[in-house]
Design a protein around this ligand. Structure first.
Ligand code: FES
Ligand code: FES
Length: 187
């Protein structure tokens, strides 16, 4: 005669040996990938993407559109390395859901100039050595370009304040401010 295996009983030690805790049901649906269609306009070009609704604009740019000029520093809105323009205004792409930006004009560092035709701000950063390792530089330049259309005072201190959301671990701040002031005609 074969013995039948007894059902598994899980006892919660905090409430005594007689209480039984139901076993967790297996929810296979929770592990299935869920995507939604998202259409983004980036640097004047339309992209049809299938994204997890939680995908940030930063991850959509880097991982799905493969525009890797926009950098991921902190991924928490604290460093500015991910700065892009949405409808002409600077935003931290790590703090935005990509799906919220259908119909918006998104501009990345790849959209403002290239090695054959630099944006004036890119040229000024080169002229002033406004970078060392370069990791923060695309975010710095995107912030600096947006700053040109913002009500920022004329002094270096005004520029430093307006650029305070963009951190540079290499400490190239003095040269970054110099580059921006050249483009503003305040040098
Ligand atoms: Fe977005 Fe740091 S990566 S603010
Ligand atoms: Fe290295 Fe800014 S140039 S972090």
């Amino acid at each position: 005669m074969t013995e039948q295996s007894a059902p598994i009983r899980i006892v919660d030690p905090t409430v005594g040996p007689k209480a039984e805790v139901p076993q967790a049901q297996s929810h296979t649906r929770a592990t299935e990938p869920v995507t939604m269609p998202v259409e983004l306009k980036i640097n004047g070009k339309q992209y049809q993407l299938a994204l997890d609704p939680r995908t940030t604009l930063l991850d959509a740019l880097r991982e799905h559109v493969l525009l890797t000029g926009t950098k991921k520093g902190c991924d928490h809105g604290q460093c500015g390395a991910c700065t892009v323009h949405v409808n002409g205004r600077r935003v931290n792409a790590c703090l935005c859901f990509a799906a919220n930006h259908e119909g918006d004009e998104i501009t990345t560092i790849e959209g403002i100039g290239n090695s054959q035709s630099l944006h004036a701000m890119q040229a000024a950063f080169v002229e002033c050595d406004g970078y060392q390792c370069g990791y923060c530089t695309s975010g710095q330049i995107m912030s600096a370009v947006a700053l040109l259309d913002e009500p920022v005072g004329p002094s270096n201190a005004d520029v430093r304040e307006a650029m305070s959301g963009n951190l540079c671990r290499c400490g190239a701040y003095q040269n970054i401010v110099a580059a921006i002031q050249i483009v503003r005609g305040k040098a």
